[in-house]
Design a protein around this ligand. Structure first.
Ligand SMILES: [Zn+2]
Length: 50
């Protein structure tokens, strides 16, 4: 105990589509700098609105 990684340690970003913060996910490990949206759904939504 005491060495568990806290959820708050994960980096977060704001999703410009749904205006909610989203946290780092394993699947974004390699592309986190490029991630802008919380989900594929929001990414599609962003394109629709543009
Ligand atoms: Zn979103």
């Amino acid at each position: 105990m005491g060495r568990m990684r806290k959820k708050a340690d994960l980096p977060e970003k704001m999703c410009p589509v749904c205006d909610r913060p989203f946290a780092w996910r394993k699947k974004w490990e390699k592309v986190w700098d490029e991630v802008k949206y919380c989900s594929d759904r929001c990414r599609r939504e962003a394109k629709k609105r543009a």
